[in-house]
Design a protein around this ligand. Structure first.
Ligand code: GDP
Ligand code: MG
Length: 653
């Protein structure tokens, strides 16, 4: 029994001479390569050599990694910009991406993961430059646990509803009733929002009634409304724009409180309104539903207090919180250039407290708060969460919907606004990547969508219903088709805004698209599809959704090999020698995984399967074999390699 030195040396691809040296170092007395070691000693030596092997591999790995040069990049990163960074042509990069199954054009924005992989292949370790904005905003990020500083903030509400149902009148009557409460300068000063303080609490009203403005803000990324007040005239009932408003509010996930207005009129029929609301899944509370409805009259003031009370009640459920101790962050809700004081904006503070003298960045511009005026035209020194204020001190006029945030120092503010300028310039050059039917498949594969949102417009109610229910039926357990808005009429700008804000596609049946809506849709790459045959519309959606569905993948375990040692084979490279400990090992396996200490280090294909020097198709349990993996040479003794059959089961809707 026992093992001779040369045999042991061969096991570890060492020369006998080196092994003898090692053995001497371990104080194991040997004469030369023919010396025999007893089994126990041999085991100890094997163990030592294995751990030595691991160390060396680790060092190599570390060396390989440290050899990668650092490459600082900035996201979003286009193919073009990455090619410049890597100093390769865009064509080469696009080809490379295609091999990775990433379809891209020069202007496509690349995902971080893809960039990392590509970088690695070109010898770079990609590191992301923290943007100035990130650095600056770091101070604004919610600390893990600042609940101690969080206090209640008042709700921000918007009036919506059909034209002439009384939105403006209600806003006016509420503001007028409040003037007396505040006992200040009247209602001449008019900024884009105002606060109403009454006995039960404070409410901030946005003075841009209508769902168009609401959704336009949302399309710009500014969700500022906490509660929507749906105004329905009691003598008229639910009208087309009421339905639009309902759908826009629902798409935004904003709760709705209904004001049934004009109850002073003889033709008022609040029950009819409630019945219609129930059809839209807004069943009134007194009818057993969850929607608060309040009968009001803007003309004689009936129910206004009750409406305010109900808004407070609804807002309490929302548990609106903010931290007034932070530097302020808000959204521009109005913006103008006035002769006296230059650009002025109305900011709705969302978090923190804004003070005169604060430095800020806003959209692509920056400045210092010179003066602040509240909704009654009074100068104020500070404004907390949910408070709207007019601010002067800007260098340029920003856009409505732009973010506004206070920063620490002027240099940073300047740099940051320059950078934002650059970003916005690039964004304008880049075609925006919005949802389209073609992209659904890709996006679903990236795990981005599991829901297809659709806006439907048709010429008659009948087709609308047929189309809507057929489309919804296409949904599966994995992908839901959600009709966020459906209505008779041509495709208008508000439909397009809704699609932008909600990442939806628009399907028109026997209708046209209005000119301004078309321009906006083209500009923002909204997928608008017009059909004359219902079947075609349904089929298009079905086809894109079939792509949407990830094929079901079924894995079947075939066998497991335990790696015992590594051989170097001339021309072939390294081969891992091992034994099949379970099942059998098959050359034709679809998938192979390598585990080291329960960690999966490799997932891919088998490069070769050998018995001695011969390639074989399969190796049975208990038999030794040699394996090589595709593009993975870092195999070590003790590694476990498993192989599987993989079946892709394509799914039909
Ligand atoms: P908006 O288009 O929704 O902003 O509606 P307005 O506030 O401009 O109101 C449209 C019309 O309805 C105006 O002539 C108002 O005077 C009238 N109106 C508004 N509220 C009431 C109400 O409660 N009762 C009556 N009788 N008329 C009202
Ligand atoms: Mg109005």
């Amino acid at each position: 029994m026992g093992v001779r030195v040369y045999e042991l040396a061969k096991e570890f691809s060492l020369s006998s001479k080196d092994l003898v040296k090692t053995l001497k170092g371990m104080h194991i007395p040997v004469k030369g390569h023919m010396s025999a070691l007893d089994d126990e000693t041999a085991e100890i030596v094997r163990h030592e050599l294995l751990s030595e092997n691991k160390k060396v591999e680790k060092q190599k790995e570390a060396k390989r990694k440290s050899k990668l040069k650092k490459l600082m990049v900035d996201f979003p990163l286009t193919v073009k910009n990455l090619s410049v960074k890597l100093q390769i042509s865009t064509t080469e990069l696009i080809k490379k991406l295609m091999k990775m199954k990433v379809m891209a054009t020069v202007n496509t924005n690349l995902e971080e993961e893809v960039v990392n992989k590509v970088g690695m292949d070109y010898g770079f370790k990609i590191e992301q430059q923290p943007s100035e904005e990130e650095v600056l905003l770091a101070g604004h990020k919610e600390p893990e646990n600042d609940s101690g500083n969080l206090v209640h903030r008042s709700p921000v509400v918007t009036f919506m509803g059909h034209v002439d149902h009384g939105k403006t009148s209600l806003l006016d009557v509420i503001r007028r009733s409040n003037v007396t409460v505040k006992e200040s300068g009247g209602i001449t000063q008019h900024i884009g929002a105002y606060e109403v303080q009454f006995k039960k609490g404070t409410i901030t009203f946005l003075d841009t009634p209508g769902h168009e403005a609401f959704t336009a803000m949302r399309a710009r990324g500014a969700n500022i409304t906490d509660i929507v007040i749906l105004v329905v005239a009691a003598d008229d009932g639910l009208m087309p724009q009421t339905i639009e408003a309902i759908n826009h509010a629902k798409a935004a996930g904003v709760p709705i409180v209904v004001a049934i207005n004009k109850i002073d009129l003889p033709g008022a029929d609040p029950d009819n309104v409630k019945r219609q609301l129930a059809e839209k899944e807004l069943t009134s509370e007194d009818w057993g539903g969850n929607t608060i409805t309040v009968p009001v009259s803007a003309k004689d003031g009936t129910g206004i207090d009750k409406l305010l009370e109900m808004i407070i009640l609804e807002s309490e459920l929302l548990e609106l919180k903010a931290n007034p101790e932070k530097p302020a962050r808000g959204v521009i809700i109005e913006s103008k250039l006035s002769k006296g004081s230059g650009p002025t904006v109305t900011v709705l503070v969302q978090n923190g407290t804004l003070r005169v003298g604060d430095l800020f960045v806003c959209g692509v511009t920056f400045g210092k708060v010179r003066a602040m005026i509240d909704d009654f035209g009074k100068r104020v020194q500070e404004a907390g969460p949910s408070v709207p204020v007019e601010v002067s001190g800007l260098s340029q006029v920003p856009q409505v919907g732009d973010g506004f945030f206070v920063v620490e120092d002027e240099k940073k503010a300047r740099e940051l606004s320059l950078q934002k300028n650059e970003v916005s310039r690039q964004q304008n050059l880049m075609p925006s990547q919005r949802m389209s039917l073609e992209q659904l498949f890709e996006k679903a594969q990236e795990g981005e969508v599991k829901e297809l949102k659709v806006v439907i417009k048709a010429d008659v109610q009948g087709s609308l219903e047929a189309l809507g229910s057929s489309l919804e039926k296409l949904g599966t357990a994995d992908i839901v088709v959600k009709i966020i808005h459906s209505q008779v009429g041509s495709i208008n700008e508000s439909d397009v805004m809704l699609a932008i804000a909600s990442d939806a596609v628009i399907i028109g049946f026997h209708v046209s698209i209005e000119n301004n809506a078309k321009e906006e849709a083209d500009l923002k790459s909204v997928d608008v599809r017009l059909y004359k045959i219902i079947y075609e519309a349904i089929n298009d959606v079905r086809l894109s959704m079939e792509g949407l569905l990830e094929p079901k993948i079924k894995e079947t375990f075939i066998g497991r090999v335990k790696v015992l040692q590594i051989f170097k084979v001339s021309k072939v490279g390294k081969i891992a020698g091992g034994v099949v400990v379970k099942g059998k090992f098959m050359r034709s396996a679809d998938l192979v995984r390598l585990y080291r200490e329960d960690q999966c280090l490799y997932e891919g294909k088998l490069e070769s399967l050998k018995r001695y020097k011969d390639d074989v198709k399969e190796v049975s349990e208990g038999v030794e074999c040699g394996i090589a993996l595709n593009n993975f040479t870092n195999i070590l003794p003790e590694d476990i390699v498993e192989c599987f059959h993989v079946e892709k089961i394509a799914r039909k809707l």
